[in-house]
Design a protein around this ligand. Structure first.
Ligand SMILES: [Zn+2]
Length: 281
């Protein structure tokens, strides 16, 4: 296991984890968008970010494989609006392996810069794809294009809904690709939520805890490269797609950032060329 990308090796996980079971109860659910917290004032927006709490002890070891990190990072880099998807992996003997990530089509939103929901049909289809590969859905991810990877109140609410619907471990992931302080691969955080009704009454949301993880430098599957190329083609024609020739910051174009990202993930020269070419063409 390696430490890259290591900027968010954070706290421990406090989830009250049950024994590994099937994931069949996970809802391909449309994410709930209605305020459900009591006593919210007008200034307490559901999009207000909540800093993650560093938990004090580890109950499970979480590992992100390169393919998972790469797919989430690439996906987030293709769009000015938020993107969303499933994390796929296995939970065995107190160890959660996040082996890959599978993009899900997002519903078009006017305020997509700060909001995202899964298209239900796409969520169901992608779940089948994950199961065909012999993996389970172990979490969901979404991007915060230019703001910190801390969950909003709405993210906390959605995460809790997923946890309640899941028979097994289910974690949230947020990736931030284009904050000016972002590393080339983006900033990533993993989190989960604990029910705390006393806190809910007091501040309007349950507490969210960051999850520490290790990074595993495994080769990408051919399937992942195929999916990456297809993903680039899908986003290229959307309204809020990234223009590779425009400047991201300090003279670095979005295209150059993506190329650096591919190198950072140590893809083969052929893979880098294929993916980069698809992005800039
Ligand atoms: Zn969010």
């Amino acid at each position: 296991m390696q430490d890259f990308p290591s900027e968010k090796h954070q706290s421990e996980n406090l989830t009250d984890t049950k024994a590994p079971t099937s994931q069949t109860e996970i809802l391909p659910a449309k994410r709930v968008r209605k305020p459900r917290f009591p006593k919210l004032t007008r200034t307490q927006s559901l999009h207000e970010l909540v800093p993650l709490i560093a938990a004090s002890s580890s109950m499970i070891s979480v590992t992100i494989h390169k393919e998972a990190y790469f797919m989430m990072s690439l996906h987030a880099h293709l769009y000015h609006h938020e993107i969303i998807g499933w994390m796929a992996g296995k939970l065995t003997d107190g160890s959660l392996e996040i082996e890959s990530a599978y993009p899900v089509k997002e519903i078009d939103h006017e305020n997509g810069r700060i909001n995202v929901e899964m298209d239900i049909d796409s969520a169901v289809n992608v779940r089948s794809e994950i199961e065909e590969r012999g993996l389970n859905i172990v979490g969901w991810y979404h991007s915060h294009p230019t703001f910190d990877p801390d969950p909003s109140r709405l993210d906390i609410d959605n995460q809790l809904s997923y946890q309640k619907a899941s028979e097994s471990m289910f974690i949230g992931c947020i990736i931030t690709p284009y904050l000016s302080t972002s590393k080339i691969e983006g900033i990533l955080s993993l989190f989960n939520v604990q029910v705390n009704n006393e806190q809910l009454k007091r501040v309007g949301h349950h507490p969210a805890f960051s999850i520490r993880y290790s990074y595993l430098q495994t080769p990408l599957s051919q399937d992942a490269i195929k999916r990456a190329l297809k993903l680039i083609q899908t986003y290229k024609h959307l309204n809020k797609s990234i223009n590779p020739s425009r400047v991201w910051k300090r003279g670095i174009t979005y295209g150059q950032k993506l190329r650096l990202l591919l190198e950072k993930f140590e893809l083969s020269p052929e893979q880098i060329n294929d993916i980069y070419k698809a992005f800039i063409d």
